[in-house]
Write a protein that binds this ligand. Structure first.
Ligand code: SAM
Length: 349
């Protein structure tokens, strides 16, 4: 059996944070100071973790951070990941073994889906090498289409042009579809909704609005700061009517096309419309811990198992045990909500 938790959810989607350093200091994410930084691991260690997890049924890997493009060697790492093949028909326990008993991916299946989430600051120069190395998709975070507002949110005066150039370079290299993620925060950027609708149409990208979650360093979240799915839809419809696109249950975003067929937007609404029941995701932090939920109050030290000399089979057993205990759902906004043990920049979004 591929990885399943005790609620019967299949785990097929892995996010790996390859650093928790970031060159942006977005106001809704960070305090503005560098703060504590966890260790980055050698790529060989992330690769081994990825190989074992692919052997257990992971079919998608997304690299994130911190800012993943700050890591030298990221292109080579993508090249190695892209060589992995998802398991199509494993042994009865879902694990394909090599002659040495180690977990191996199947050689016959489709390539792994290797994606990246980035702030786009360094993407213009890296889009082509990443695509050539086997990256399938890129998501660029961008919280305003107005350059001054962008600078105020990111606290980086000159970033806007770089990010725009990165988005355009990604499109031109054929990293399709390019998704642009925008976290909306009341009082900061909710007036950017319609400009982002125009941007999606003009630039040929899918813009996805994300509801703000309580994962920031400053602990400023309250329900009132969240711009909800309903509000985004109603504001965007003042610009042009939207038509909902059917989406897979496991997709986090609700998808909409403008009525004339030009331009797509998505809305990821973990606060107003939680999708925990269909969650297929686990994460590995830059210091090698498994997190089974963004809102986990503890993490599970996979790298410590490696340091102790665990075999691939023992790592697989450890992972199965951790995944089995994945949280049923988050409790955002409820009286019993306990803040996550790490903030977003140290988890990997
Ligand atoms: N540096 C990369 C980037 O900017 O995309 C990857 C890491 S960043 C933490 C990943 C995503 O998480 C970004 O789209 C960011 O806007 C989003 N994010 C950060 N804090 C968030 C929060 N509290 N709620 C919702 N999304 C958040």
């Amino acid at each position: 059996m591929p990885l399943h938790d005790k609620f019967g959810r299949a785990i097929t989607d892995l996010r790996i944070s390859i650093t928790d350093h970031c060159n942006y200091k977005c106001v809704y994410c960070r305090t503005g100071n560098e703060g504590a930084i966890y260790a980055d691991l050698p790529f060989a260690d992330y690769l081994r973790m990825a190989r074992v997890l692919v052997g257990l049924g992971i079919t998608k890997i997304r690299l994130t951070g911190g800012e993943p493009l700050l890591r030298k060697g990221v292109v080579e790492f993508v090249r190695e990941l892209a060589k992995l093949r998802p398991v199509i028909d494993g042994a009865p326990d879902g694990v394909v073994r090599g002659a040495d008993g180690g977990v191996r991916p199947s050689p016959d299946s489709d390539p792994l889906d290797v994606a990246l989430t980035t702030n786009g600051h360094l993407l213009a120069d890296l889009a082509q090498p990443l695509k050539a190395a086997g990256l399938t998709r890129v998501t660029v975070s961008m919280d305003a289409v107005d350059p001054d507002r962008f600078a105020r949110i990111t606290r980086v005066p000159s970033g806007f042009d770089n990010v725009l150039a990165g988005i355009r370079a990604a499109r031109h290299t054929g990293l399709w579809p390019v998704k642009v993620n925008c976290v909306l925060l009341r009082g900061f950027n909710e007036d950017q909704i319609i400009p982002f609708g125009m941007f999606a149409r003009e630039e040929g990208v899918t813009v996805r609005f994300i509801e703000f979650m309580p994962l920031e360093e400053d602990r400023m979240w309250s329900r009132a700061t969240v711009v909800t799915l309903d509000e985004i839809l109603s504001r965007m419809s003042e610009y042009r009517p939207l038509v909902e696109i059917p989406h897979a249950r496991s997709e986090t975003a609700r998808r909409y096309r403008f009525d004339d067929g030009i331009g797509e937007i998505g809305i990821i609404a973990p606060v107003s419309h939680p999708f925990c029941g269909h969650c297929s995701r686990i994460r590995i932090t830059s210091d090698g811990k498994i997190r089974t939920c963004l809102f986990s109050v503890w993490d599970h030290d996979l790298h410590a198992q490696m340091r102790r000399g665990a075999s691939d089979e023992q790592l697989a057993e450890f992972i199965r045990g951790v995944v089995a205990r994945k949280e049923e759902r988050h409790h955002i906004g409820e009286p019993d909500f306990v803040p996550a043990s790490r903030t977003m920049v140290h988890i990997g979004g």
